[in-house]
Design a binder for this molecule. Structure first.
Ligand SMILES: [Ca+2]
Ligand SMILES: [Ca+2]
Length: 479
């Protein structure tokens, strides 16, 4: 529901797939750059799910609170992509095809990409989503126009105010859209209610430019520039309602998102941008830049009672903040019989993990990518108590292990039987057939099947057969 910051990417390298936790005031933060990437940013969040981008290849994706839960959304044929907004199970953003940006929509997977580029548009960007409405911008023959969609390219509604030089929508809440329109060469924060005619100019008196980056209920948030200083602020529907939130002593500031009575963004303190939050006045600014971090941005906030989550970035790494501790379940998932010299031995295997009640009801399910030494970490929404965790990796059988969540944390580890080549959670005849089809092949051969290479050494041969024979007719736990 907010605008992506123009952040300077850090060259600081924190380790692939690493989750690093800091404490600042009563806010705990965690960086969540996925395995295989060296930087990332959270652009939006809904509940405990975050959307954003991972670098250096610029892949759109989403997380469920940890590096290990990253799901890559980059569509087939796209050279780069960005996920900018999320609502429920829908993500909105932009993907680049043959050098051209197209706005689009996902529902949880890269294959679910829906291209929203309006007819006649040379370029478009999707910036935010709320319920069934997406907002953004398209470059049309008539110029740069703000607009909204309802899930399809054909649903495009042009919001461009009559007489404006350019416009863009950054945020949506209910039937309200927020962004800016360029009037006589100067960018003015703008508000719409679903049509170009509904446009309201929010530019505060005395401001040389302004942007509405976020909206929640009757409140718009963003920034306005006075005498060269960019100041965080909020509005309630009119330019006269502007409240300047620039903290005392800050060189500048900006707000990107809001939920309930809280606004998030950053303030520039002694030349460095620090993530922060406000509660409606400049004096309420709280600096949540982690101790030891150089710079940070808070992009989005989600509040559910006392459970408050903020998403953004710290030193060029995607980050989440939570008040109090971050509730995690962690441990190891050992895939048995892997060649210790294999690349897979240390990291990169993918699968999923379920948290079940002791009665077998599925409470949470997450995709996972293991990091170094088969470590995983997920954020749990479950209260303290007894549970069962079930882990499954590609050609290993599922294993259920009872465990408890105590004080918001749980620890549970697994050792999975190998040999389920077709992934049906049973080692039997079909797996034997697939092994036979790939028999004596090497990585790169036409008949090589990575699933049949049970010990992950790049060859399908006797050692793989031995593993199959050892676990013949074994079945996994319910999953
Ligand atoms: Ca099988
Ligand atoms: Ca092998």
């Amino acid at each position: 529901m907010n605008r992506k910051s123009i952040a300077v990417l850090s060259l600081v390298f924190l380790g692939l797939g690493a989750s690093i936790q800091h404490v600042c005031a009563d806010w705990v933060d965690k960086t969540i750059t996925p395995y295989g990437f060296n930087g990332s940013a959270v652009n939006g969040l809904c509940g405990r799910t975050q959307v954003g981008v991972s670098m250096p290849t610029d892949n759109a994706g989403f997380w469920s609170g940890t590096a290990h839960t990253w799901v890559d959304l980059n569509p087939v044929g796209s050279s780069k992509s960005y996920a900018n907004g999320i609502y429920g199970d829908k993500e909105v953003g932009t993907a680049t095809f043959f050098g051209i940006d197209h706005a689009g929509l996902w529902t949880g997977s890269s294959g679910a990409w829906i291209d929203l580029n309006p007819a006649g548009a040379s370029v478009s960007n999707g910036n935010a989503i709320y319920c069934n409405t997406e907002v953004g911008v398209a470059i049309l023959p008539a110029g740069q126009h703000a607009g909204l969609w309802m899930g399809t390219s054909a649903s495009w509604v042009d919001l461009h105010p009559s007489g404006a030089d350019a416009s863009e929508a950054f945020a949506v809440y209910g039937n309200t859209q927020a962004g800016f329109a360029t009037i006589s060469g100067s960018d003015h924060a703008a508000l719409w209610q679903g049509s170009s005619q509904s446009w309201v100019d929010l530019n505060p008196a005395g401001a040389t430019s302004s942007y509405a980056n976020g909206v929640f209920g009757e409140m718009e948030v963003g920034c306005a520039t006075f005498s060269g200083v960019t100041c965080a602020g909020l509005w309630q529907g009119t330019s006269d309602s502007w409240i300047n939130l620039n903290p005392s002593g800050a060189d500048g500031s900006e707000i990107y998102g809001a939920d309930d009575d809280t606004q998030v963004g950053y303030a520039t303190l002694s030349g460095l941008d620090h993530a922060g939050l406000w509660n409606g006045s400049s004096a309420t600014f709280t600096d949540i830049n982690p101790s030891g971090a150089t710079f940070s941005y808070a992009q989005a906030i989600y509040k559910a009672g006392s459970d408050v989550w903020i998403g953004g970035e710290v030193d060029g790494q995607a980050a989440i903040w939570h008040q109090g501790s971050i509730p995690v379940i962690s441990g190891q998932i050992i895939p048995e019989d892997v060649d210790p010299d294999s690349d897979y031995y240390y990291s990169g295997l993918t699968g999923s993990i379920e948290i079940q009640s002791t009665g077998g009801d599925i409470l949470e399910k997450y995709p996972i990518t293991l990091s170094n030494y088969q470590y995983y970490e997920i954020i749990t929404g479950q209260p303290d108590g007894a549970y069962v965790a079930v882990a499954k990796l590609s050609h290993w059988l599922a294993q259920a292990v009872p465990f408890t969540v105590t004080g918001g944390t749980g620890s549970v580890s697994f050792s999975l039987f190998n040999g389920d080549i077709n992934g049906d959670n049973f080692v039997e005849d079909q797996d034997y057939s697939l092994l036979g089809r790939a028999w004596y092949s090497q990585s790169g051969d036409a008949n090589y099947d990575v699933r049949a290479d049970l010990n992950c050494d790049g060859r399908v041969e006797d050692l793989d057969y031995s593993i199959l024979a050892k676990n013949w007719y074994a079945s996994g736990d319910d999953f």
